[in-house]
Design a protein around this ligand. Structure first.
Ligand code: SF4
Length: 966
């Protein structure tokens, strides 16, 4: 077959490296491609490109390309014609938007009005093949499938690696016949057969091998490696016979810890820690006596296993479920992967004897019923849909295919969806939120998709579990099909204030209102009501009149809504732009405009929103009689169930919008125990928000009062002496509102596991430029670099803003590259591991990156922090501070300062990871100059057991060095 006949046509795999990301300013410095005609390799091209733009140290480090190499490289005039040879061809690239932005202008120059080049983005293709991957970084594939240790970030090498990845991916799917056939039929269904990748996907084994041979690639071997990686399952645990009694008594808990030898035999890394035993005993006492508790268990306590032991004994003896609510889904996974197997090993209990299941809230699952119905409503095949719309629908179809076949725990949840597509496509972003399970609408056992549904599977398993591993938000949105456990451990309890705020706030955004307008315009949701009405006629045609009436009312409400939405966004924008400190980078916030506002613009906005409130409440009234008309159990067939669920989900969504509007605008009464605000961000529009001020009361009423025992635990609830800094937490958790006989008298503060006082030196320096000044990095990192040099690396630097991080990256690379190994967040997947192994490295990243770093030993002895963490200064926090001062205590120390020092404690936790570790910390923040007298005394107290020394940056640098040397 000639190339012109071959379905693949003329194509090339291409990759470029540039001086930076801005295609209007930056230039290409390296380009590589492999050009094919059909399956025949016709050209390999690889060249550096000369550029006058100075090469940043970051780019040099990332690519290995030096200014010298670029200076000697062929001139652009020599390279551009080689690039232009690709005009009109299919260009395969990973995240092809980048290549398109830089290469497009060269193709414009030779545009002859005929077929232009088309960019085939491998991200989309890989997502369709592997919908269960949450990240599609090329480096992940390269490393996981054994192609190389890391991505080279060079034009030609990356092109070759990308081609290898695509060959492996295609072959792996070819060998999975069921998945292959499903994909094949979905490409047809979604009319993506003209998509170049479909043609690649359809190549036979011989053709794939032919391509591989021409690049000397051992495809078979790498397909084997990829399959092993994809199929890797956890080895079953080699459980020992039971060695302990399962009595739920303090004596028995002690007996477990007393038998260190037996425990070590089962858990080789176990080492006795009194604090861990004390934690287990306190949780046991709380559950036994049905009282609430606060337990601070510092880093190194072995907290998770510590509370899981009494949780397991309690659930076995009393047959009562225990809910463990972790702070994040990542911690849920960690508990399941690491701590639950340890618990099983320790107690010798298999999965039938101790049933531990993971559960996430309904909104984290994807509803297949809503997806199938939305396809119907979108009338996919009638309108011409864009590639991204078709891709999105096909991708979600593959997600549901995957979920139907995956074992529990491996199903795809909303949080697993690749972020990159939410950024690339608004349609994708909207679709994923539209498909969130709404537990109010789900008909469960009547639903035709129930057998494959991740939500229903999760619930079924959780119902029978002894221990449920959930997260904070799940406590507040507990499924209606079984009662919430009465015994709860809330881990990462220092985050509970934020979670409670989110769970009990009312919010409606411009995006919600626009979505409602669109749904009404296309009769989505309400169309399902028409279907139900027409199916439940006693006499044929009797519903026509009522359907016509509802349609005409709904259309008229939609027109009114649309009218208000035309003018409102501009008015809100003008309203916010009058703010003296308006910013286009972050959310701006103002108190919600009240009825009778003085200024004309405010009045206008209020009137629009009030009219919208009225429209939405009319819509709700229109639908209300039908929301209670049918029961799922009385419906006749799947189509009716689908229509019923869709209508109920729509009704629920409208009633959420109505409630948020009424709450925010003061109907029927203005709730003074809430902070009502209007937020605005240019890229997102506005949000009306009502947040509870007294979170403690909310948590008490919603959780403590309705549970037998809730244990709040965290490494940082207060400081080493507990009562210092923990008062704010006692309020935020609702502990202060609990009757004395229903709780321990005070929190339980386990002593620090490591000797923070003597093994660390923490310096706070305020003689530095302001964080935002242009010379901050130079002035601060100058002296700090000397410390790093004298310590021979072993340093972690954390930055709270991207601009400072990027400047610091340039600064440190220019100083140390070639002298000490510098590892930078974002440059590869294993930077922390590489830093740890180097023993003399410098690691830098953003502060959130620092949270997961665990580097024990001498590889890390110095931590630099660019700023004392702030407490968000939004309106509800201000109201809480006022409330605290009037009702609870001293807000400045108990609430404001405690919040900030607690966050600082969390950051300092990176330094000591074992008993032998020691090291120094420098925090630079000119704003702390205001901390004087009593405030400073309080800060020092709150930071205990760390000895915080306030001094100049120069002395701090000397202090760190001296301390580490001696
Ligand atoms: S069982 Fe409920 S959540 Fe699952 S697909 Fe059906 S309606 Fe959606």
């Amino acid at each position: 077959m000639s190339s012109t006949q071959h379905p693949l046509g003329q194509w090339a795999v291409v990759d470029i490296e540039t001086t930076g990301a801005d295609s209007n300013y930056d230039e290409i410095i390296d380009v590589g491609y492999l050009e094919f005609e059909g399956t025949k390799l016709v050209k390999k091209y690889n060249s550096l490109v000369r550029s006058e733009i100075p090469l940043s140290h970051f780019i040099q480090k990332l690519t290995g390309i030096t200014p010298k190499m670029v200076a000697k490289a062929p001139r652009p005039e020599e390279v551009i014609p080689e690039i232009q040879e690709l005009y009109g061809k299919h260009l395969l690239a990973h995240n092809a938007e980048f290549e398109e932005a830089f290469l497009g202008k060269f193709f414009d120059e030779v545009d002859d009005g005929l077929q232009r080049e088309s960019y085939e983005d491998s991200l989309y293709f890989l997502a369709l093949l592997f919908p269960h991957f949450s990240s599609f970084k090329l480096e992940n594939f390269i490393v996981d499938w054994g192609l190389a240790q890391k991505e080279m970030h060079r034009g030609y090498e990356d092109s070759v690696d990308l081609l290898k990845v695509i060959l492996i991916a295609t072959r792996v799917i070819h060998d999975d016949k069921a998945r292959f056939n499903t994909l094949h039929s979905l490409f047809q269904k979604y009319e993506l057969k003209d998509y170049w990748y479909y043609k690649f996907f359809s190549l036979d084994r011989v053709s794939l091998q032919e391509i591989a041979d021409q690049i000397d690639f051992d495809l078979e071997n790498h397909v084997k490696i990829a399959k092993e990686k994809l199929e890797a399952t956890q080895a079953p645990l080699d459980l020992r016979p039971k060695a302990f009694s399962f009595d739920f008594t303090g004596q028995n808990i002690k007996a477990i810890y007393d038998n260190e030898e037996v425990v070590k035999n089962r858990l080789p890394h176990f080492r006795y820690r009194k604090s861990q035993e004390d934690l287990s005993l306190r949780v046991g006492q709380a559950f036994k006596n049905k009282v609430h508790a606060l337990v601070q268990a510092p880093t190194g306590t072995g907290k998770t296993l510590g509370y899981m032991i009494p949780a397991a004994l309690h659930s076995i003896e009393n047959q009562k479920q225990v809910l463990i609510a972790t702070g994040t889904k990542a911690l849920q996974h960690q508990a399941m992967a690491k701590d639950v197997p340890q618990l099983r090993m320790l107690l010798g209990l298999d999965e039938t004897e101790l049933r531990v299941k993971q559960l996430v809230g309904s909104g984290n699952h994807l509803c297949e019923l809503l997806f199938r119905q939305s396809l119907e409503e979108d009338d996919l095949f009638k309108d011409q849909k864009s590639f991204q719309d078709k891709f999105t629908n096909m991708y979600f179809d593959m997600v549901f295919y995957h979920n139907a076949h995956a074992i529990s725990g491996n199903q795809i949840l909303r949080a697993d969806l690749p972020f990159v597509f939410k950024k690339k496509s608004k349609y994708f972003d909207d679709k994923e939120s539209e498909l969130a399970v709404d537990f109010r609408a789900c008909t469960g056992k009547s639903c035709p998709f129930k057998n494959e549904c991740s939500y229903i599977k999760g619930l079924r398993e959780a119902k029978d579990a002894d221990i449920i591993i959930g997260n904070h938000s799940l406590m507040f949105s507990w499924p209606k099909s079984f009662p919430r456990p009465e015994y709860i451990v809330v881990d990462e309890a220092h985050k509970i204030e934020g979670e409670t705020t989110d769970a009990f706030s009312y919010e409606v955004s411009a995006k919600d209102l626009e979505g409602l307008n669109k749904s009404l315009l296309h009769l989505q949701g309400i169309g399902s009501l028409f279907y139900l009405l027409s199916q439940h006629e006693e006499n044929e045609g009797e519903s026509t009149e009522i359907i016509n009436f509802i349609r005409s009312e709904a259309m008229s409400l939609q027109r009114m809504l649309a009218d208000h939405l035309v003018g409102l966004p501009d008015k809100v924008e003008s309203y916010f732009k009058k703010m003296p400190r308006y910013t286009s980078d972050y959310w701006n916030e103002l108190p919600m405009i009240k009825k009778g506002a003085n200024d004309q613009l405010g009045k206008n906005i209020y009137n629009h929103l009030d009219s919208i409130r009225h429209i939405v409440s009319e819509l709700l009234k229109l639908m209300m009689p039908y929301s209670v008309k049918w029961e799922a159990s009385n419906l006749k067939n799947d189509n009716e169930i689908i229509a019923f669920t869709r209508f109920e989900a729509f009704f629920g969504h409208v009633s959420d919008i109505a409630t948020a509007l009424e709450f925010g605008l003061g109907f029927p009464d203005y709730r003074s125990d809430y902070t009502h605000s209007l937020k605005y961000l240019e890229a997102q529009g506005f949000i009306m928000n009502s947040c509870p001020i007294n979170v403690g009361r909310v948590l008490h009423d919603g959780l403590l009062q309705t549970s037998a025992s809730v244990v709040f635990t965290s490494a940082t609830l207060g400081n080493a002496h507990g009562d210092q800094g923990a008062k704010g937490i006692e309020w935020a958790t609702g502990y202060v509102y609990t009757e004395p006989e229903r709780r321990f008298k005070s929190g339980f503060f386990l002593p620090a596991t490591y000797d923070y006082e003597n093994k660390t030196r923490v310096f706070l320096c305020d003689d530095v430029p302001s964080l935002h000044s242009h010379d901050f990095i130079d002035k601060v990192l100058g002296p700090v670099s000397n410390v790093i040099r004298n310590l021979e690396g072993r340093s972690l630097l954390l930055f709270s803003a991207k601009t400072r991080f990027e400047k610091a990256r340039e600064y440190l690379l220019s100083k140390f590259e070639g002298e000490l190994p510098v590892f930078v967040q974002g440059m590869g997947n294993n930077v922390v591991e590489e830093f740890k192994n180097s023993g003399n490295g410098i690691l830098l990243g953003m502060e959130s990156f620092g949270e997961g770093i665990d580097v024990p030993g001498e590889a890390l002895q110095f931590v630099f922090i660019d700023k004392v963490p702030d407490l968000r200064m939004d309106l509800v926090i201000n109201d809480r501070r006022e409330f605290y001062e009037s009702n609870i205590g001293n807000e400045f120390t108990d609430y404001y300062l405690s919040h900030r020092t607690r966050s600082l404690h969390q950051k300092l936790g990176r330094l000591l990871r074992t008993e032998k570790d020691y090291g120094g910390v420098i925090i630079v923040d000119s704003r702390t100059r205001n901390w004087k007298g009593k405030t400073m005394e309080k800060v020092l107290k709150l930071m205990e057991p760390y000895k915080l020394v306030r001094t100049s940056l120069d002395s701090a640098c000397k202090g760190v060095e001296e301390f580490i040397r001696h």
